[in-house]
Write a protein that binds this ligand. Structure first.
Ligand code: PLP
Length: 389
């Protein structure tokens, strides 16, 4: 299989796996226990907290381990809604992940209001519109993703923070797709909350982190034994957290060692080859402010669902937009928010590369896309072909 679906999940890095296994086999004690085994596990948590904090330019005590991106996001929204009841409004964009969209629904159910900041056709938030939407005393939280999971579009986070903070609003960013791929530094971009997920950065599934700035108050979503300094109860997933720490360390190294440029070149080569065969191919999102690993595009008239089947048959794993829930394809809300037509959205494929991919894989995948698309065209009637061009 050529795995080009890294924005859905990544393979666990062997070093992260090696680091976590002893904490399943040998050092399995509860990190809250007072004996030597417990202290070993607690020390491992401490180290992982330092590693994740270092990736983000944060203080270790600002990191709370969670079960992943979804939990981190939900915890922030629940906390802000509860602690700042007088500021009712949540500002999001239409390109957010379902975890944000759905927790915004609950925000509304809990008496708050939600407004959508529009995005331009390149997927970047309209900063002027955002400025007019964020209101002192009314807006509690601005929640905008750092990098989009479908298109890879990178948000102007610094400007977003400046706009929100100048109106006294807090900022939460879903950095699940950004953390480990691009520099994410809370000192230069002083968000108040940041969510990340282990399985998007070569750690296992079921572990993540939430950055909570020292400046802000926080009310835990999960109550119980008071773990994580009272901010997230529940016995910690020590093996997963150890792996996340190692993954954060590795990600930090790979930000500066040419890995990013290598993935970038692979992705660009892939797009170039497909584009040469299908000049009508349209890449979604900003070409300049885009994750180096992500390629979301449509070849108008070539149905993505059919392409997925053909590509799967030849061992290429990719996805259609990102809107695949429990096996069913739904129109992508993110593409819709960018003004992409329903027809083009239905013809959209997403390829997302990771550091274990190779250039020959990118070449093979591009040729497989071309072959599959040609096959689909050949199977379509003349009439449809005419309407396509
Ligand atoms: N946010 C974004 C942008 C994502 O891509 C995902 C995962 O698909 C999530 C949040 C949810 O993260 P998790 O799977 O760790 O709950």
């Amino acid at each position: 299989m050529i795995y080009l679906d890294a924005n859905a999940t990544t393979p666990v890095d062997p070093a992260a796996l090696d680091a976590m296994l002893p904490f399943m086999r040998d050092y399995f004690a509860n990190p809250s226990a007072g004996h030597a085994g417990g202290r070993t596990a607690a020390r491992a948590l401490h180290r992982a907290r330092e590693q994740v904090a270092s990736l983000l330019g944060a203080h270790p005590e600002e990191i709370v381990f969670t079960s992943g991106g979804t939990e981190s996001i939900n915890a922030v929204h629940a906390s802000v809604r509860s602690l700042w009841p007088e500021s009712r409004e949540l500002v999001i964009t239409g390109t957010e992940h379902a975890a944000v969209i759905e927790s915004a629904v609950r925000w509304r159910k809990n008496g708050g209001t939600v407004v959508h900041a529009p995005v331009h056709s390149d997927g970047r938030v309209d900063l002027e519109a955002l400025r007019s939407l964020v209101k002192p005393g009314i807006t509690a939280l601005v929640c905008i993703m750092w990098a989009n999971n479908e298109t890879g579009v990178l948000a102007p986070m610094r400007e977003i923070v400046e706009i929100a903070h100048s109106a006294g609003a807090l900022v939460h960013t879903d950095a699940v797709q950004a953390a480990g791929k691009v520099p994410v530094d809370v000192k230069s971009v002083p968000v108040d909350f940041l969510s990340l997920s282990g399985h998007k950065m070569h750690a296992p599934k079921g572990v993540g982190a939430l950055y909570i700035s020292k400046r802000v108050r926080f009310e835990p979503l999960l109550l119980g034994g008071g773990q994580e300094n009272g901010r997230r109860s529940g016995t910690e997933n020590v093996p997963g957290i150890v792996a996340l720490g190692v993954a954060a360390d590795l990600a930090q190294q790979h930000l500066n060692d040419g890995t990013k440029a290598r993935i970038h070149a692979m992705r660009d080569r892939f797009e170039h080859v497909v584009h040469a065969a299908f000049p009508e191919m349209r890449i979604h999102g900003s070409l300049t402010h885009r994750l180096h690993n992500t390629s979301s595009f449509c070849v108008p008239g070539i149905d993505a669902a059919g392409m997925l089947i053909l590509l799967d048959k030849v061992g290429i794993a990719c996805s259609a937009g990102s809107a695949c829930h429990t096996g069913a394809l739904h129109p992508s809300q993110a593409l819709e928010a960018m003004g992409v037509s329903a027809r083009d959205a239905a013809c959209t494929l997403r390829f997302s590369f990771h550091r274990f991919n190779t250039k020959p894989e990118a070449e093979t995948a591009a040729r497989a896309v071309i072959e599959a698309a040609m096959k689909m065209r050949a199977e379509m009637g003349e009439g449809e072909l005419v309407s396509v061009s």
